[in-house]
Ligand binder design. Structure first.
Ligand SMILES: Cc1cc2nc3c(=O)[nH]c(=O)nc-3n(C[C@H](O)[C@H](O)[C@H](O)COP(=O)(O)OP(=O)(O)OC[C@H]3O[C@@H](n4cnc5c(N)ncnc54)[C@H](O)[C@@H]3O)c2cc1C
Length: 319
């Protein structure tokens, strides 16, 4: 076991839930856990990562890091790896992680394990499980050398129980590149919506909802379950809901504790994004819908009758 560096993804001073998941896994895999936080003005709040297992938090503060920019962030992570020489660098396979990880792995000639569902140290080698061919098979892969850069699938590991400890915070000097891509605008999603990749419960809707207004039914069910709202590509392509909600091969990959599929047939491309959910409930009027082959629980029925009843009963339970 050696030194592990976790790239801590944050926005406006808030860490993604999956950053805590990565810290928890880092504590299991290494005996020294460091974290790197990049931003415009990273201050003492970064010490909070200590509650989730970071012993030292390295901070890079620069206006060029206010928004994610590939070149600047890659330079910061590259410098941190050079300074710390970790044997494992961990990050999450979010949009940012998927962009940043291969850049840095290539630059530093590190072995890379991407989008891991499990990551373990077998003897001296890091070994991972990856979902392949749209989730039809699981592959065991191992890195033949160190150091390794690995990205974990969001929700693959639990958030560790927070402890009463703060990490030591150490600013890191980095020469950031002045050229390259610049962020011109960031389009914020509506307030209060939970990102499907951050959610423990997801209620997803498909073409069975018939029209966009019927997503209100799902919003109510999601409210009762404190869930995020997801969607199939058919619903997204029809313009009923934004692409940020799409789950699947060309959408987001999720592994929540509970995934409720409403009016979704269960095409292979949809399953590719949610197959690793811990528990799946499908609501579909067609008893032969392929989603029932994967579901742990199924309700065969008209969603327009089933969903309101389910919502009402859940609301009663929560008072
Ligand atoms: C390259 C590629 C990438 C793709 N990527 C994705 C992706 O990322 N994500 C994704 O989801 N898809 C993706 N697709 C599309 C995928 O193949 C399917 O077309 C899509 O998932 C179907 O969406 P759906 O289940 O909502 O619609 P449908 O397949 O039309 O299913 C609708 C379901 O609703 C049920 N239903 C209808 N009315 C009711 C009712 N009143 N009550 C209960 N149930 C009802 C029906 O029985 C049916 O099972 C991709 C396709 C390709 C070719």
């Amino acid at each position: 076991m050696g030194r592990v560096l976790v790239f801590a993804e944050q926005r406006d001073g808030s860490f993604r839930k999956s950053t805590y998941e990565a810290l928890g896994r880092a504590a299991d895999l290494g005996d020294e856990v460091h974290a790197l936080v990049c931003g415009a003005d990273v201050a003492d709040w970064a010490a909070d990562l200590g509650r989730y297992g970071a012993q030292v938090v390295h901070t890079v503060s620069d206006p060029a890091l206010a928004q994610y920019a590939s070149g600047a962030y890659a330079a910061a992570l590259d410098r941190a790896i050079e300074a710390l020489q970790p044997e494992l660098v961990l990050m999450i396979a979010t949009a940012m992680g998927k962009d940043l990880a291969p850049r840095v792995a290539a630059r530093r000639k590190m072995a890379m394990l991407s989008n891991c569902i499990t990551l373990d140290l077998e003897g001296e080698a890091y070994q991972a499980t990856k979902s392949m061919y749209g989730g039809k098979v699981f592959a065991k892969v191992h890195a033949t050398r160190k150091p390794v850069l690995a990205t974990l699938r969001p929700s693959a590991y639990p958030v560790p129980q927070p402890q009463e400890s703060a990490a030591e915070v150490k600013p890191l000097e980095v020469d950031l590149p002045s050229d390259g891509a610049r962020v011109i605008e960031v389009a914020q999603k509506a307030e209060g919506q939970i990102d499907v990749q951050e959610a423990e419960v997801i209620v997803s809707g498909g073409r069975g909802l018939k029209e966009p207004a019927n997503f209100d039914l799902l919003q109510e069910l999601a409210g009762a379950l404190q869930a995020a709202v997801g969607a199939s590509r058919a619903a997204v392509d029809a313009g009923w809901i934004d692409h940020a909600h799409q789950v699947g091969q060309t959408g987001k990959t999720v592994s929540p504790k509970l995934y409720v599929a409403v009016g979704i047939s269960g095409a292979i491309q949809h399953l590719a994004g949610m197959r690793t959910s811990k528990c799946i409930l499908a609501i579909n009027k067609d008893p032969d819908a392929p989603i029932f082959n994967l579901a742990d629980y199924g309700i065969v029925g008209d969603l327009f009758k089933v969903v309101p009843v389910l919502t009402r009963e859940l609301q009663k339970l929560s008072g």
